[in-house]
Design a protein around this ligand. Structure first.
Ligand code: NAD
Ligand code: ZN
Ligand code: ZN
Length: 377
């Protein structure tokens, strides 16, 4: 069998100077892939979205083992199956999920695959769930990014990183479901359990936060308030439905949200990845309110919480990883809502780019010019 090759975007060092169009932290390299092993699948990637979690590895906010082939929000076609994969066929369309779930550890057994312990350990080491690395550059193994490494023409991944999807969906749309949509909608539906008529504020309106806005609207939340530093993002949020907007740079932003929501929101969702945004979200909630955060700031970030307020006002603070989702259950649900027009996630799409333009794409994400750019192959 001839070797499996692919062009892939590889990060060898984090913290490069901007603009990335000049420093080119992602080098486009021809890599060799091992054939898929037991429980693994070779996927021809068709579309891969640029997420802030990729940017955080590039800029060093979230250290990962390097060199690493980046990318984790993707969709493609099954090209070959490893032994033991009996529930997918060559030609199936699949979306990638950035946490493989073993199905057996304590969180998996509790129905919380986003917290899979072997999955998290493998992701931390830059390995597949099998403990193997399958990507090589001239014999040197490269680390996998969150079990996906999807800014590449092909990837070998665990079956446990894939969800089969409706082939009627375009790959660009399908890619977004694996990260932005699962994380953003799931934070509203699963982590917060928002009910019709509850007030919701979303702080941070990238692909993930705008998916939360769509999720809140789909749940019948009212009022829905969207908060960001960028007037362009606020303007986009207003086109999604009955959404109030507040600029986070306004010194009285918290008071504006409290005034719009009769003294404070039931549920605040932080999707900016900054402690400042999380503090604001927390202060925007009413007595008894719930603050959910999915933003991922640098590892040493800490939030001072007033304990008397936490206790005496019965506040709740909850983290949300992959939207507390069960991906094999929730991706088909959110796709169905999308197809009914009730979750128009195509509104998050800012355009498509070629793999060769990926460094410029991350400059544009850093500048806040785009919501979701998608590399197409
Ligand atoms: N928990 C998870 O499972 C998960 C999954 C995906 C992404 N993330 C994290 O979610 C965050 C958002 O990701 P994204 O791809 O949407 O990012 P993005 O860069 O596209 O969007 C972030 C938005 O936050 C805004 N912002 C920054 N500081 C702000 C502040 N103080 N107040 C209000 N708005 C502010 C920015 O203007 C921008 O519009 C990142 O931290 C990312 O790493 C978490
Ligand atoms: Zn992501
Ligand atoms: Zn598990």
């Amino acid at each position: 069998m001839s070797p499996i090759t692919a062009r892939a975007a590889v990060l060898r060092q984090s913290g490069a100077a901007r603009p990335y169009a000049d420093s080119r932290p992602l080098s486009l390299e021809t890599v060799t892939l091992d054939p898929p092993g037991l429980g693994e699948v070779l996927v021809a990637i068709k579309a891969a979205g640029l997420c802030h979690s990729d940017l955080s590895v590039i800029n060093g906010d979230r250290p990962r083992p390097l060199p690493m082939a980046l990318g984790h929000e993707a969709a493609g076609v099954v090209e070959a199956l490893g032994d033991g994969v009996n529930d997918l066929a060559v030609g199936d369309h699949v979306a990638m999920v950035f946490m493989p779930s073993c199905g057996h550890c304590a969180p998996c057994a509790e129905g919380r695959p986003a917290l899979c312990e072997p999955g998290a350990a493998a992701n931390g080491r830059g390995e597949l769930l099998s403990g193997r690395r399958r990507i090589f550059r001239e014999g040197e193994p490269l680390n996998h990014h969150l079990g996906c490494s999807a800014f590449a023409e092909r990837a070998v991944v665990s079956r446990r990183s894939l969800v089969k999807i409706d082939p009627a969906l375009s790959f660009e749309e399908a890619a977004l479901f694996g990260c932005a949509v699962l994380t953003g909608v799931g934070a509203v539906v699963n982590t917060a359990g928002v009910r019709a008529g509850q007030s919701v504020v979303v702080v941070g309106l990238g692909g993930v936060g705008l998916a939360s806005v769509l999720g809140a609207l789909a749940c019948g939340a009212s009022p829905v308030v969207a908060v960001d530093l960028s007037e362009d993002k606020l303007a986009l949020a207003r086109t999604l439905g009955p959404v109030h907007t507040v600029n986070a740079a306004d010194p009285d932003a918290v008071d504006q949200v409290r005034a719009l929501t009769n003294g404070g929101v039931d549920v605040a969702i932080e999707m900016a990845g900054s402690v400042r945004a999380l503090e604001a979200a927390w202060k925007m909630t009413r007595r008894g309110g719930l603050t959910v955060t999915a933003g991922l700031p640098p590892p040493d970030a800490a939030l001072p919480v007033n304990v008397v307020s936490l206790v005496g006002e019965e506040r709740t603070l909850k983290g949300s990883y992959i939207g507390t989702c069960v991906p094999s259950r929730d991706i088909p649900r959110y796709v169905a809502l999308y197809r009914q027009g009730r979750l128009p996630v195509d509104r998050l799409m800012s355009g498509t780019i070629a793999l060769d333009d990926i460094n410029t794409g991350f400059d544009r994400l850093h500048a806040g010019e785009v919501v979701r750019l998608v590399v197409t192959f």
